[in-house]
Design a protein around this ligand. Structure first.
Ligand code: DON
Length: 311
């Protein structure tokens, strides 16, 4: 583990103060287009920061699991890059979309090649690669996440999974459109099942922050010293997170925070702090971009107070 440790007492106090401030923000609505997600307590609020030095800081409900949702797209992409290398980029682009995460129109104009791997269409192409490359892609996915989170106790939430399957028409429409353009290799239903499965895994802020430290450490997991991806691929993932991880709010996020980050409709925002570690903030009420209101407040204040921007 390299780098300078940060001061524990100051950091605990800062996270506590950030959490109290965020709790004043009652804007937004819990995602309900996947009905099982609407069951979560909207008041839950948490932040956890994990450093490459092995320090853990937290405030609020940092040990309460939430639905990982789109943040799973990071792990799917890294798995596909490990197996397919540069060929990934023949099937998915690396440009911001400027459209909502579940937009379908651009796909038709652009011949079934999604703008980037972090919008739904892009993650479905990545899921297709995983289904084609692994005999049991769902098990491979959860195994990879368990390894990075440092726990064997991560399981899919069957209720959320079923809810996604039965309310997934929009994602299915994108998958079949890509199939019609020849950008889908495996069985489309199997690809959708994999995609919904990876979105339906509950995880805590602490576990997720730890899972992402390799991206802040040139591709090496600082807890195990294992190489998770090449330095070049860690750079590439962080670059696309910076331009596309917060969907059509990515520009504003770069402007006000300045960290590679990814959000999910479960209400979490995960940010990579290159050289230092990772931070995850969670609270379920979302803004109209699909990003957590309180999560935005917490990550913005943390980045300002600690001077974390990479720019
Ligand atoms: O496919 C969906 O719409 C969800 N399972 C994931 C979307 C998501 O998390 C977008 N993030 N803000």
């Amino acid at each position: 583990m390299e780098g300078t440790p940060i001061r524990p007492q100051d950091t605990d106090q800062l996270l506590q103060s950030i959490l109290s401030e965020a709790r004043q923000n009652n804007q937004g609505k819990v995602a309900s287009y996947i009905p099982a997600l609407a069951n979560v307590d909207p008041e839950c609020t948490a932040i956890a920061m994990v450093t490459n030095q092995g320090q853990f800081f937290q405030a609020g409900d940092a040990d309460t699991p939430f639905s990982i949702q789109s943040i799973s797209k990071i792990f799917g992409l890294v798995m596909a890059m490990r197996r397919s290398g540069n060929t990934v980029w023949q099937r998915v682009n690396m440009e911001p979309s400027g459209q909502p995460f579940n937009s379908i129109v651009q796909l038709e104009w652009e011949y079934g090649i999604p703008r980037n791997p972090f919008i739904n269409a892009g993650a479905i192409v990545i899921a297709d690669m995983l289904v084609s490359q692994y005999s049991t892609s769902k098990l491979a996915f959860i195994g990879f996440l368990r390894q990075l989170a440092g726990t064997d106790r991560l399981y899919v939430d069957e209720e959320v999974y079923e809810s996604e399957l039965t309310h997934g028409s929009r994602n299915a429409a994108m998958a079949y459109l890509m199939h019609s353009f020849g950008n889908m290799e495996a069985d489309v239903d199997q690809v959708l099942e994999h995609y919904f499965y990876q979105c339906s895994i509950p995880i805590t802020c602490k576990q997720l922050a730890r899972s992402l430290c390799f991206l802040a450490n040139r591709g090496v997991d600082p807890f195990t010293d294992e190489s998770i991806c090449s330095r070049r691929d860690a750079h590439r993932v962080n670059a696309i997170l910076s331009t596309s991880g917060m969907y059509d709010q990515s520009g504003e996020f770069a402007f006000s925070v300045g960290l590679p980050a990814k959000s999910g409709v479960g209400g979490a925002i995960a940010a990579i702090i290159p050289g230092l570690g990772a931070v995850v903030a969670w609270s379920p009420r979302l803004n109209h971009f699909g990003n957590s209101h309180r999560g935005m407040t917490m990550i913005t204040r943390l980045a300002e107070e600690m001077g974390l921007s990479v720019f």
